[in-house]
Design a protein around this ligand. Structure first.
Ligand code: A2P
Length: 317
C-alpha cells in the first residue's frame, strides 16, 4: 500500500536509536526483508552506516537506488540558509547517495552552528556545553530547503514536529510546497486535527513512534505500564485476526492513511512489522483504538530539553 500522492511506501524502517555497530547490517536486513523506505537523520549519528547498508544491498542486487525511498532531516544547528546545502551534502556523502527522496526540517528549533570538524552530529548542545537558541526565522530556512530541491539534491521537502500554526504560516509563503509532515502519532496521541489539516493542505503524514511508549522505555521517557500493546481492544483485535498486538497498532497507523516508521533491530520483529497488509481492522476496531487517545506525547522538547539540558523550550502548547 502506498501513500497515493507521494508513492512513499507506507511502512518505513526507522533508524533512530540504532547503534552504529548494528546499523549497516540492520539496513541490509531490512532491505532484504522487503523494506524500501528508510527514515534517516543527521541527528541519529549513524548515516555512514546506513549508507554502508544501502551500498551493500544495491551491490548484492537486492534493490536499485530508484527502488528506495530515503528520507533524512536537517538538524537544528544548520537552520541558517548558508548551512542548509552543506548539511544536506554531508548527509548525502555519508549515505553515499546523489539525492534524497525527502529532506525534512527536523525541529522548528534553530540552534547556533557547530562546524562539522568540531562535532558531528552536534546534538542539542553548543560548543559551551549549553543548549542555546539561534534567531533564525523558519521562512529563511525554508527558502534554503527550496534551493536544495531546485538543485535536485532532494526530490521532496517537508517538515517534522510542526503544529497547526506553523503549518498555516509555512503554507502562506512556500514557493515549493512541503509534501510531508512527520509527527509523533500512535493510539495515545492520535493528532486527529493536525493530521486533518496537513491533508487538507495536500501533505502526506508520517507517524514516528507508531508503537508509542515502546520507543521511550530505553530512554526513561515512558513507563512500562504505558504500553498500548497491553490495551484490551488491541489484544482482542490481535486475537481475532491471528496477529500480534504490535501488528494491530501498526495496521491502525497505515489504515488511517499515514506512513509509519517502526524501528527494530530484532530480525523477527523486522518481518512482523512489515506483515500488516493481509488483514483489515473493522471500523469498530479502528474507532476503539482511536478512542485510546489521551494526548500522551513522549517526544516533547518542552519536557526533555529542561530535564536533560536545563533549558525550557516548549514547541507544543
Ligand atoms: P526492538 O528494536 O528491540 O525491537 P519506535 O516507536 O521508535 O519505532 O520504536 C519501537 C520500539 O518498539 C523499539 O524499542 C523496538 O525494540 C520495539 N519494537 C519494534 N517492533 C516491535 C514489535 N513488533 N513488537 C514489540 N516491540 C517492538
Amino acid at each position: 500500500m502506498n501513500q497515493t500522492e507521494l508513492n512513499i511506501p507506507s511502512v518505513g524502517f526507522g533508524l533512530w536509536k540504532i547503534a552504529k555497530e548494528d546499523c549497516a547490517d540492520a539496513v541490509y536486513q531490512a532491505i532484504k526483508a522487503g523494506y524500501r523506505h528508510l527514515d534517516s537523520a543527521c541527528d541519529y549519528g549513524n548515516e555512514k552506516e546506513v549508507g554502508d547498508g544501502i551500498k551493500r544491498a544495491i551491490e548484492d542486487g537486492l534493490c536499485t537506488r530508484e527502488d528506495l525511498w530515503v528520507t533524512s532531516k536537517l538538524w537544528n544547528t544548520y537552520h541558517r540558509p548558508a548551512h542548509v546545502q552543506v548539511a544536506l551534502e554531508r548527509t548525502l556523502a555519508d549515505l553515499q547517495l546523489d539525492y534524497l527522496d525527502l529532506y525534512l526540517i527536523h525541529f522548528p528549533i534553530a540552534q547556533p552552528f557547530v562546524p562539522f570538524e568540531e562535532r558531528y552530529p552536534p546534538e542539542w548542545m553548543s560548543s559551551e556545553g549549553k543548549m542555546e537558541i539561534e534567531q533564525v526565522p523558519l521562512f529563511e530556512t525554508w527558502k534554503a530547503m527550496e534551493s536544495v530541491c531546485d538543485l535536485g539534491l532532494t526530490r521532496q521537502i517537508g517538515v517534522c514536529n510542526y503544529n497547526s500554526g506553523l503549518l498555516h504560516d509555512l503554507m502562506s509563503y512556500a514557493r515549493i510546497k512541503p509534501t510531508m509532515l512527520q509527527i509523533e502519532s500512535h493510539p495515545y496521541l492520535t493528532q486527529t486535527r493536525l493530521i486533518r489539516l496537513a491533508k487538507q493542505y495536500g501533505l502526506s503524514v508520517t507517524a514516528f513512534s507508531p508503537l508509542g511508549a515502546l520507543s521511550y522505555l530505553e530512554l526513561d521517557m515512558a513507563n512500562k505500564n504505558e504500553s498500548v500493546l497491553e490495551q484490551a481492544v488491541v489484544k482482542q483485535a490481535a486475537e481475532r485476526l491471528g496477529k500480534t498486538p504490535a501488528q494491530v497498532v501498526l495496521r491502525w497507523g497505515i489504515q488511517r492513511g499515514n506512513a509509519i516508521i517502526p524501528k527494530t533491530t530484532n530480525p523477527k520483529r523486522l518481518i512482523e512489522n512489515l506483515n500488516i497488509f493481509d488483514f483489515v481492522l473493522s471500523d469498530d476496531e479502528m474507532q476503539a483504538i482511536d478512542e485510546l487517545n489521551c494526548n500522551r506525547r513522549f517526544n516533547d522538547p518542552g519536557h526533555f530539553c529542561e530535564a536533560a539540558f536545563n533549558r525550557f523550550h516548549p514547541i507544543y502548547d
